[in-house]
Design a protein around this ligand. Structure first.
Ligand SMILES: [Zn+2]
Ligand SMILES: [Zn+2]
Length: 172
């Protein structure tokens, strides 16, 4: 037996060492977006692809973002501008999904992503279009609207944690 608390913790609760998926599914990353991002498994639906691309943005998985962009829209994609190291993605909310099932050739997903960039909080709302070619979903393009957030110190944190902003992402 060991008294090392770190070893005890990892032995008694191995699951807690595995982080939750950034997409907010409440699943552990290896059971959610990681199989798609690592290339082991295709995203089955347009929404699953959208979620995995959000996670790829959050984790700076640039190759996956390029690989899952529809070939017609891949030209001119700039690795540098895809990932902004200043931006931290905090939350994903799916608003609506149209088509995009395993039987469809196209689909649309409307979502809101919350971020913070150099201390400035904001949301990006997008209606994204996806197509499926040879059983693979690809992101085409989307209408994007960016808004600035000014969270109140006592309001719920925009990251969705249910904590007050001042006790969460607004901590100084
Ligand atoms: Zn996920
Ligand atoms: Zn927060």
């Amino acid at each position: 037996m060991t008294k090392d608390p770190a070893i005890l913790t990892s032995n008694s609760h191995p699951e807690t060492a595995i982080p939750y998926c950034p997409c907010g599914s409440q699943l552990r990353y290896p059971h959610c977006c990681q199989p798609a991002i690592s290339g082991r498994q295709q995203a089955a639906t347009a929404e699953a692809l959208m979620r995995s691309r959000y996670s790829a943005f959050a984790l700076s998985e640039t190759d996956y973002l390029i690989a899952t962009t529809h070939p017609d829209y891949r030209q001119g994609l700039d690795r540098q501008s895809l990932i902004d190291p200043q931006t931290r993605w905090l939350r994903l909310q799916i608003i609506a999904t149209t088509l995009g099932s395993e039987q469809d050739a196209s689909g649309q997903v409307r979502f809101v992503a919350t971020f913070v960039e150099a201390g400035q909080f904001g949301t990006l709302e997008e209606n994204s279009s996806f197509s499926r070619i040879d059983q693979r979903w690809y992101y085409r393009n989307g209408d994007t609207r960016v808004k600035t957030l000014k969270p109140e110190r006592n309001a719920p944190c925009p990251c969705g944690s249910t904590l007050k902003f001042k006790r969460c992402c607004g901590k100084r």
